[in-house]
Design a protein around this ligand. Structure first.
Ligand SMILES: [Mn+2]
Length: 327
């Protein structure tokens, strides 16, 4: 389907639906939450009788400045069958977590995403891997519908763009990204306030955890792969939450000479969650897919069901093999 057609069809679905459900992904980040809430504000403004946002996980502390973040529920509130479910920032429906059945029960599903497509689950898809953030696509969709950009909508969408581009520093930032960001600022989003909230405000425990995590830094002898591990006890010692590991992997990637950075953390259920970041041509989404994960070329993730030590061994070995074959 051509992109203009998918925007048209998506707009039609949004216009026709009376009851809408919006679903960000598991462990939601700034883009998932910003896209979901931006859409929420826009639909409310359009006078939709039922607009609900449900998330598998609670809203991380750093995003609790987003207008009406409390509208995001962990359990689905009222309705059991919606006219339309809008799934944002995810390429697999399993990423909706416990809300997957609710999405499947909706009369129609609209997917808005910028990850490498993994699964066909939607009736209409706006999927563009060139977009820096899903929020960019939400912006383009709302613009095509001539929805007024209120400061609330703009703040949510700009937060999505700022987080997924790491403040316009990642190579996914395009001229279009900047034009959209400028329009959102014009519409009342405060860029410096958003950046302050997202990047410059951390809890005491998160900074403690950062120290513990960085103290485990290692690299391969050629210096191209570097990684850190975060065992359970680091969370206990620092009193930090799981979500407060966000962004730590960027420190690993910043080491001179590193082309592939990894962060392995032990989650409460004994699973090992892995964040992968790369510089240059190393496509970490493909590496993540080997372990059932996914993501973008330079940022991806996967989960291993093994001990932390074993996961570390497997991943370093695989990553080395991967680097050799991709260069
Ligand atoms: Mn995203």
């Amino acid at each position: 389907m051509r992109s203009r057609d998918s925007f048209k069809r998506a707009a039609q679905l949004l216009c026709e639906a009376e009851s809408l459900l919006i679903v960000p992904h598991l462990h939601p980040d700034g883009d998932a939450l910003g896209s979901a809430l931006g859409l929420y504000h826009a639909l409310k403004q359009m006078g939709k009788p039922v607009v609900e946002v449900v998330s598998h996980d609670s809203v991380p502390e750093i995003y609790r400045f987003l207008p009406d973040w409390q509208a995001i529920h962990l359990e689905h509130p009222h309705q059991t069958t919606y006219d339309l479910a809008v799934v944002v920032d995810q390429s697999q429906l399993s990423r909706a977590g416990k809300h997957e059945p609710l999405v499947r029960a909706a009369r129609r599903i609209l997917q808005i995403d910028h990850h490498m497509p993994l699964e066909q689950f939607a009736d209409v898809r706006i999927v563009d891997t060139e977009a820096a953030a899903t929020a960019e696509l939400v912006y383009r969709l709302l613009r095509s519908m001539r929805v007024r950009m209120t400061p609330e909508v703009a703040t949510c969408l700009l937060t999505g763009i700022v987080t997924d581009t790491f403040s316009f520093k990642f190579p996914n930032t395009t001229p279009r990204t900047l034009r959209i960001a400028a329009a959102l600022q014009q519409a009342g989003a405060d860029l410096s306030y958003i950046s302050e909230q997202v990047f410059e405000t951390r809890s005491f425990s998160a900074v403690k955890l950062l120290g513990l995590a960085l103290s485990t830094l290692q690299r391969t002898s050629d210096g191209k792969i570097a990684w850190i591990t975060i065992p359970r006890r680091a969370f206990e010692e620092s009193h930090a939450h799981e979500e407060e590991t966000e962004g730590i992997v960027n420190f690993v990637r910043s080491v001179r000479g590193v082309e592939l950075a990894m962060m392995l953390r032990e989650s409460p259920k004994g699973k090992i969650r892995v964040s992968l970041r790369s510089r240059g041509k190393v496509n970490v989404a493909l590496l993540a897919q080997q372990f059932g994960g996914g993501g973008h070329e330079n940022a991806a993730g996967c989960t291993l069901e093994t001990s932390l030590a074993e996961a570390e061994m497997i991943l370093v070995r695989e990553a080395q093999r991967w680097m050799e074959s991709s260069t």
